[in-house]
Design a protein around this ligand. Structure first.
Ligand code: FMN
Ligand code: MN
Length: 469
């Protein structure tokens, strides 16, 4: 799979994509259809007839495990925890992107510069009633490059349509594009950027993934796909653009310039903030697009949407990799970050305890990883006999193995400004809860679990019919 068109072909063949030919309004109607379809665990939707526009819009590409499985080249019945494990297993062989000629890059089929640029020519949806405007960048990612090391980052940061050639940026403090922007600021220069709208959905998933600083999401893409991402030189920016992208917005972000942005119906189920905020923005210098481009979009909003599934997959897999592969902590059996918590506020880790304090080590390590250090509020560890995704069994462990005295409250850690459980003006720091629901390794006398007598069990099972059961 190289492009959005490849995904459409696969998903349609598998019955996981529906074309909508009836006219649909980009103003609220499109998002509401997508949202209600997502709440019913429906297929990806390709809106072919958007009011006032010729360009189609695709939504809901990642909202179920079935579609995530197809994106990762697995059978569509593969359950989410198995997809997560596959991600972890495939993540060991980084492959850098491969440069191709402009003539081999469909994203260069149309090139628009200067005054001819008009972003209102794209069918940009207005999602929720109290949104500050239309959002052109939802299922997109922004490409940036570190001016010191050349590290290329892919980050999904929402973009409001702010003018014919302007889109908002919301690089939350500490995000990789924010770290880079601060370096350009110190150099007194604007930061070259490109917004990629419409691509292999795995690139979007990676844009939202919490890959460690200094590592390019392109290399992780190569590892998971098993082949390099094909890229082409930008027209006006020195950035590697995915050759098969549908729509590319090239431009720059001046760290000293701001426009009003927001609010937006966020993945927490609440609007971000209470009004607009001054934020940096991108001034677009060049638009390139394929012939008959496809606009890629996602509703965000309340769970469960693309954002929740994408984060449950990539944040869960990343936390697992960071604990097991980067920190080399033994005994990690599985990690699950439920989509209902958008894969980022709550993590459940199943582990084989191997020495005293091992569970405590995993708990404190989890909130110190790249993934966990940012906004992870609750971590639960359970013994290896319980699967991390088996919520009834996790509830069992929280009832019969958990002890508050073996658990910890951490008073301070990095938060997300979108966490609605914190007051609107104090969202930079969060508390954390580390819940140990394992049986302590060092106990000499462990509780004796009830097992049925195997002989008697066999005997009564053979009498099942006779018993009328
Ligand atoms: C649809 C969607 C919208 C997002 N919007 C933002 C945003 O506006 N600002 C932000 O900092 N993170 C946003 N995120 C989360 C980031 O994509 C995520 O933290 C990612 O790790 C950022 O890339 P980085 O780690 O390379 O900085 C969004 C994620 C999704 C799926
Ligand atoms: Mn990154």
């Amino acid at each position: 799979m190289k492009s959005m068109r490849d995904f459409i072909e696969v998903a349609e063949k598998e019955g996981e994509l529906k074309r909508i030919s009836a006219e649909v309004d980009w103003n609220l109607e499109l998002s509401h259809i997508a949202k209600l379809n997502e709440e019913a665990h429906g297929p990806a939707l390709l809106f072919e007839n958007v009011k006032d526009y010729d360009t189609p819009v695709i939504t809901s590409t990642c909202t179920t495990a079935q579609k995530l499985a197809l994106i990762l080249g697995r059978p569509k019945e593969t359950p989410l925890p198995e997809i997560l494990r596959a991600w972890v297993d495939m993540g060991h062989n980084p492959i850098p992107p491969e440069w191709v000629d402009k003539k081999d890059a469909p994203c260069k089929q149309n090139i628009i510069k200067g005054d001819d640029i008009d972003l209102y020519r794209f069918p940009v949806p207005h999602f929720f009633p109290l949104d500050g405007g239309r959002y052109i960048g939802t299922a997109h990612f922004i490409l940036t490059k570190d001016p010191e090391t050349g590290w290329v980052n892919l980050g999904t940061y929402r973009s409001q349509l702010l003018g014919r050639n302007k889109i908002g940026t919301q690089f939350i403090k500490g995000k990789h594009a924010d770290q880079m922007l601060k370096k350009y600021q110190a150099m007194g220069k604007p930061m070259p950027c490109a917004s990629i709208i419409g691509c292999d959905p795995l690139l979007f998933i990676l844009g939202a993934a919490r890959v460690s600083a200094g590592i390019s999401e392109y290399d992780v893409y190569g590892s998971i796909r098993g082949e390099a991402c094909q890229v082409v030189q930008g027209e006006t920016v020195d950035l590697p653009i995915p050759a098969h992208a549908e729509i590319v917005l090239e431009g720059e972000c001046d760290p000293e310039k701001f426009m009003e942005e927001g609010p937006f119906g966020e993945y927490t189920g609440y609007y971000s903030g209470v009004g607009t905020d001054p934020r940096n923005y991108m001034e677009i210098k060049c638009v390139t697009h394929r012939d008959n481009p496809i606009m890629y979009s996602t509703t965000v909003g309340r769970a469960v949407t693309d954002t929740h599934m994408v984060m449950a997959l990539s944040y869960g897999a990343t936390l697992w990799q960071q604990l097991a592969d980067e920190m080399h902590i033994p005994g990690i059996k599985s990690v699950y970050c439920p989509p209902e918590g958008s894969g980022r506020f709550l993590a459940i880790i199943s582990m084989k305890t191997m020495y005293p304090g091992h569970a405590d080590q995993v708990l404190t390590a989890a909130v110190s990883t790249e993934m966990g250090a940012y906004g992870l509020k609750t971590v639960i560890v359970v013994d290896e006999d319980i699967d991390s995704w088996d919520i009834p069994r996790v509830m069992y462990a929280l009832s019969f193995r958990f002890q508050p005295n073996r658990s910890q409250v951490i008073k301070r850690g990095r938060s997300t400004p979108l966490d609605p459980s914190l007051p609107i003006d104090a969202r930079e720091i969060t508390g954390r809860l580390l819940l140990d629901a394992t049986i302590p390794y060092e106990w000499k006398q462990k509780p004796i679990q009830i097992e049925l007598d195997p002989e008697v069990r066999k005997r009564v099972e053979s009498r099942w019919k006779e018993l009328g059961l």
